[in-house]
Design a protein around this ligand. Sequence first.
Ligand code: SF4
Length: 64
Amino acid sequence: MKITVDTDLCEVHGDCVVAAPDIFDIGEDDDVVQILNAEPGEEYRKAIVQAVKMCPVAAIRIEG
Ligand code: SF4
């Protein structure tokens, strides 16, 4: 699967980092979320689906 974040939408709420800390990260100076692993294995799908649901601006997309 492939993960993308619409950086125009992302408001750095951080909910995705809480849901999937192996996939998303926010540093002190970041103005958009960082994707740590853009093509994660299936074992991460549950956490990423949770991140998609939690994102308040629906910025996260899963392909595949
Ligand atoms: S939850 Fe959504 S808005 Fe918040 S940091 Fe993640 S992608 Fe950005």
